[in-house]
Design a protein. Structure first.
Length: 389
């Protein structure tokens, strides 16, 4: 996309999605609250919408909460901002009723990113993942990061990781969620140093700083103190049911988080979506078909590595593991000057991709509605098994 195209893309958005137009907001949870607080009461919200029938007929932020059916009846040509982590499912629900993404509805991060850019020339992004190691304590057959299949595993050097984080924050003014993950991030011998540096330099520019962990490695005392001081959360993949042998370690891990008041989420799921196999053979698919895969997927997993910003962190992981080669357009180069170019990164983040898709879309199940293949949670691979999933 040329500079002019990007400028037009943003101006077109501003024309269609002005701040003072009346909007419906889909969602009544933390994402909706965040949207309201970011715009500090300046959004003209007609009503909220929620799939949860317990919310119907109640008030949220002083506005009525409608059922989806009420919304479809009342909306006329009113537009909807989806403020929910279930953006993928909600957008399919809206599309089934004839609404079009970015014309009739858009994600709250899309709306926020664009308006921050227009109002304050600020780059405000939704989420980024920093993988600090490809070593893990488990060998999950269906790991969506493909970790057990890496040709070579190891901890990434702290200096390289911090230099990637510095490059990212040269471009990005604020990020809603910054995730530190692995493999298992608490295995990294320098995890405390990495975390301390990130918090000292950038904590004020990150809303939620989160570790993704399987709970089998208890962080050292100093790191736990940092987590308390800087309000770092833990997203715990709870695999105790699938791998009973880890239960004592995970129980102890949770006990320690609770004792110290460290916020954590441990959503237990009964099955995983299989990312590692596409639902059909896409080897001869053309760009339009792969672009449709990416568009339907709507995954939010951006990643940074090697001074590059990856649109899809699974794509980055597949390349880093030596499983599928990276292709041009899979990442945005952060090593150059950001001077006058922040809009380019915003457009890339909002899916204005050079090819419309990333190379791994050819091999990946993705989060689109076509992928219905569920697989067991944390099923372990036998020792020594390698190759591809
Ligand atoms: S389908 Fe494409 S964009 Fe979606 S998770 Fe897979 S590689 Fe990433």
């Amino acid at each position: 996309m040329s500079k002019t195209d990007i400028h037009n893309f943003i101006q077109e958005f501003a024309g269609r999605w002005p701040k003072d137009a009346p909007y419906y907001v889909w969602g009544t949870s933390a994402s909706a609250l965040k949207l309201c607080s970011l715009f500090d009461g300046r959004l003209n919200i007609t009503a909220f919408v929620d799939n949860d029938e317990k919310a119907w007929g109640t008030l949220f932020q002083g506005r009525p909460v409608l059922s989806p059916e009420e919304f479809f009846l009342k909306r006329g040509d009113g537009r909807c901002i989806v403020a929910s982590l279930a953006y993928g499912e909600i957008s399919w629900q809206l599309e089934r009723r004839g609404l079009a993404e970015h014309l009739d509805f858009c994600g709250s991060w899309y709306f926020t990113g664009m308006h921050r850019c227009l109002d304050a020339q600020e780059l405000y992004l939704f989420r980024v993942d920093l993988s600090i190691t490809s070593r893990c304590t488990l060998r999950c057959r269906h790991c969506n990061m493909l970790m057990p299949y890496y040709r070579q595993c190891g901890h990434y050097p702290a200096e390289d990781l911090l230099s990637d984080v510095d490059a990212y924050f040269r471009w990005v003014d604020h990020v809603d969620q910054f995730n530190i993950l692995g493999g298992e991030p608490f295995l990294h011998p320098d995890v405390q140093k990495i975390t301390k540096t990130i918090t000292e330099r950038y904590r004020s520019r990150i809303n939620d700083l989160v570790f993704f962990s399987n709970g089998t490695v208890l962080p050292e005392e100093g790191l736990l103190d940092l987590m308390v001081r800087y309000q770092i959360k833990v997203d715990l993949g709870d695999y105790r049911a699938g791998v009973p042998a880890i239960r004592p370690k995970v129980d102890r891990f949770i006990e320690e988080l609770e004792r110290r008041g460290i916020a954590y989420a441990a959503p237990a799921s009964s099955a995983w979506l299989d990312f590692n196999h596409p639902p059909e053979d896409r080897s001869s698919w053309k760009a339009e078909q792969l672009t449709a895969v990416r568009r339907n997927c709507r995954e939010p997993f951006r990643g940074i590595h090697g001074q590059k910003y990856y649109f899809c962190h699974l794509n980055a992981s597949a390349a880093l593991g030596g499983l599928y080669p990276e292709e041009p357009g899979d990442s945005f180069d952060l090593s150059g000057s950001e001077e006058g170019r922040k809009e380019e990164l915003l457009a890339y983040d909002l899916a204005c991709l050079p090819k419309g898709y990333v190379s791994y879309c050819r091999h990946c199940g993705g989060c689109g509605p076509a992928n219905q293949r569920m697989v067991p949670v944390a099923e372990q691979l036998p020792a020594g098994q390698q190759g591809r999933p």
